[in-house]
Write a protein that binds this ligand. Structure first.
Ligand SMILES: NC(=O)c1ccc[n+]([C@@H]2O[C@H](COP(=O)([O-])OP(=O)(O)OC[C@H]3O[C@@H](n4cnc5c(N)ncnc54)[C@H](O)[C@@H]3O)[C@@H](O)[C@H]2O)c1
Length: 274
């Protein structure tokens, strides 16, 4: 459980969606950098197994069952997590999810669900930690948006619009809480090869993603955790209200069809490590 960087020594971090994917990668890296971590997830067995692994390495990680769609249960998990160490310095909201469908065809209930899953859950968590952070002299919040929140895509209005709203919420919160030394930033990942993502797309679809990314490959959850932990850490002490794009260059292109033919497509070497 040692790492060269110990940016979170003595800090307490709460990660929603901390059992798997990018959330688990954040929990792992926070623990290895000295944070006491509380992972909240609907997949409690997976969260506990991760906590046990990290605690065996010398970390301090606790797992709490919480479904962000069950508001009372989620509030209880947040309150239990805050009580665990009596404070919270960092909140990272990773739990979220998507659904597709054309505006003309998609039921309004799907929009409502994605609102609760992505936006309302982030609000609930922020409202829970802010009073404590104010009392203890500040903190940092990282909101999980997406490059989907920066552009329009056919079939993805429910997801994209929620991720866009989260960027604006981040900016509003940054202004409201700046005076209390609470920084609020959003992360906008591009396609990340989490287990869930890999399970939901075909090999051809994955190749299409790779072709659209300047680095020629999807990101690894641990690469996103690095970007998220930068925003959460004191290294970003003058960064608030920002959204950091970590997408391997996907949104750096306007996808001009004529330019693709001249570009040999070759993936950059993947990052090694967990
Ligand atoms: N994977 C990508 O390509 C990608 C890109 C941009 C943004 N995102 C966003 O990142 C976040 C995580 O994505 P991921 O691919 O790492 O997903 P993931 O499914 O691997 O991980 C998300 C974690 O959240 C938990 N979770 C899901 N629903 C929950 C709920 N209702 N209550 C509590 N926990 C819940 C899951 O159990 C899991 O542990 C999501 O908000 C997603 O919208 C993902």
């Amino acid at each position: 459980m040692t790492r060269e960087r110990r940016r979170f020594e003595g800090k307490v971090a709460i990660v929603s969606g901390g059992a798997d994917g990018m959330g688990a990668a954040c929990v792992r890296q926070l623990a290895r950098e000295g944070a006491k971590v509380c992972a909240i997830d609907v997949k409690i067995d997976m969260a506990r197994a991760l906590a046990d692994d990290l605690n065996r390495e010398g970390g301090t990680v606790a797992a709490f069952r919480g479904d962000v769609l069950d508001e009372a249960g989620f509030r209880k998990a947040l309150s239990d997590a805050m009580a665990e160490h009596g404070r919270v310095d960092t909140l990272i909201n990773v739990a979220g999810g998507s659904a597709s469908g054309l505006v003309s065809e998609l039921d309004l209930e799907v929009y409502d669900r994605l609102y609760r899953l992505n936006f309302r859950s982030t609000l609930i968590a922020a409202k829970a930690v802010i009073p404590t952070m104010r009392q203890t002299g500040g903190g940092s919040i990282v909101v999980m948006s997406s490059i989907s929140g920066l552009r329009g895509d056919p079939d993805w209005s429910a997801y994209n619009s929620m991720k866009a709203a989260l960027i604006n919420l981040t900016q509003c919160l940054a202004w409201e809480e700046g005076q209390h030394a609470i920084r609020v930033n959003a992360i906008c990942p591009g396609p990340i090869a989490s287990e869930r993502m890999l399970a939901t797309i075909s090999t051809e679809h994955a190749q299409e993603y790779n072709n659209a990314i300047a680095l020629g490959r999807m990101g690894h959850p641990s690469e996103l955790a690095e970007a998220i932990l930068f925003l959460a850490s004191d290294q970003a002490s003058f960064v608030t209200g920002a959204h950091l794009v970590a997408d391997g260059g996907l949104t750096a292109s306007t996808a001009q069809p004529t330019s693709w033919a001249k570009l040999p497509r070759k993936a950059a070497p993947p990052r090694t490590g967990d």
